[in-house]
Design a protein around this ligand. Structure first.
Ligand SMILES: Cc1ncc(C[n+]2csc(CCOP(=O)(O)OP(=O)(O)O)c2C)c(N)n1
Ligand code: SF4
Ligand SMILES: [Mg+2]
Length: 303
């Protein structure tokens, strides 16, 4: 647990230093999930990336990706994916590539784009039944610009734009339900700390056509305020406390793929992160802790 008050980005050993030449923070949970996803997807991919932390992976002319990479404005990745898919379909139709040479069109965005700026472009792509895989690494804030609150920020969290004693006053949007309301081919929540569950879901999504969502909670040492060595432990606690339910949707049904039993109290997850330190010090905020616990309990009721 962080002993001193959390002051946000660059207050931790993992934080990036501009100009250092090191683009990613150590212990990045988003990068962990992406690495695992790419291992299963293979190299026959075109990534369409909306501006965010992962954009720093591909600094022209270098990229660690073995497939192709296209960078778009924050709101436009699903529209970019439409163009890529259309181009591939034309090449297939004209016989200029064989079906074996076809590529998987993959959108890669952070939560700022997925839950907010890019949501209408995503809804349009779902409406058009675009054949694409949409990966959102959800670090619950605008990480690349200093962890401002986003539509994915959880209630009570301290961010660069919610520094008061109660933290963020809003509630995390339910992106999974927004997607499933569009009746996509597939949707799943994952986390890098549960690699087998993640790999099975990517394998399944890879074999399908149509819009497919992979929503990865991405513990972010820099924005959340924990030591980079604790990324996997924080990720496992997100699942064990039930705050991040692992689930999948296909054929109109939602199935939980891991049920924590017994569920651990949510404060075991919260107290490890600097962004929630004001809920414990200088005075314990039982009122806010209760609100957060009750919302998690409600999400598991009836199972
Ligand atoms: C329209 C627009 N507004 C603001 C920015 C500046 N910007 C670049 S990355 C970023 C943060 C994106 O947040 P998120 O999608 O959650 O990705 P993360 O940085 O957390 O990886 C912002 C605001 C931008 N590129 N485009
Ligand atoms: S700010 Fe967070 S999500 Fe972005 S690179 Fe650093 S650890 Fe990863
Ligand atoms: Mg983000």
């Amino acid at each position: 647990m962080q002993e001193r008050a959390f002051r946000g980005m660059r207050d931790l050993p993992s934080a990036r230093v501009l100009g250092s030449g090191t683009p990613m923070c150590s212990g990045c949970g988003g990068l962990q999930a992406l690495h695992e996803i790419c291992d299963v997807l293979g190299k026959r991919t075109v990534f369409v990336n909306a501006a965010g932390c992962m954009t720093l992976l591909s600094v022209y002319p270098f990229t660690p990706f073995r497939g192709s990479w296209l960078y778009t404005a924050m709101a436009s990745a699903p529209a970019g994916a439409q163009g890529v898919r259309d181009a591939l379909d034309i090449l297939l139709e004209q016989g200029r590539i064989s079906p074996g040479e076809d590529l998987e069109t993959v959108v890669l965005t952070g939560d700022g784009a997925a839950y907010g700026m890019g949501l209408s472009a995503t809804s349009g792509a779902l409406e058009r039944d675009l054949d694409f895989l949409y990966i959102c690494y959800d670090n619950e804030g605008y990480g690349n610009t200093g962890q401002q609150a986003s539509g994915a920020t959880p209630h009570g969290a301290g961010t660069a734009t919610s520094r008061g004693p109660a933290g963020y006053r809003g509630y995390k949007k339910d992106l999974f339900s927004i997607w499933t309301a569009h009746r996509p081919a597939y949707a799943a929540t994952v986390i890098g700390a549960e690699p087998l569950d993640l790999a099975r879901k990517i394998e399944k999504a890879k074999g399908m056509k149509g819009p497919r969502l992979i929503l990865a909670l991405s513990p972010c040492p820099t924005g959340w305020g924990f030591d980079p060595g604790e990324t996997v432990e924080i990720g496992r606690l997100a699942v064990k406390t039930g705050i991040w339910p692992l689930k999948e949707y296909s054929g109109g049904r939602v199935v939980r793929t891991k049920i924590p039993d017994p569920r651990r109290p949510v404060e075991e997850y919260l107290e490890r992160q600097g962004r929630f330190s004001h809920l414990f010090r200088p005075k314990r905020r039982d009122d806010l802790l209760e609100v957060i616990q009750k919302r998690v309990d409600a999400c598991w009721e009836g199972l």
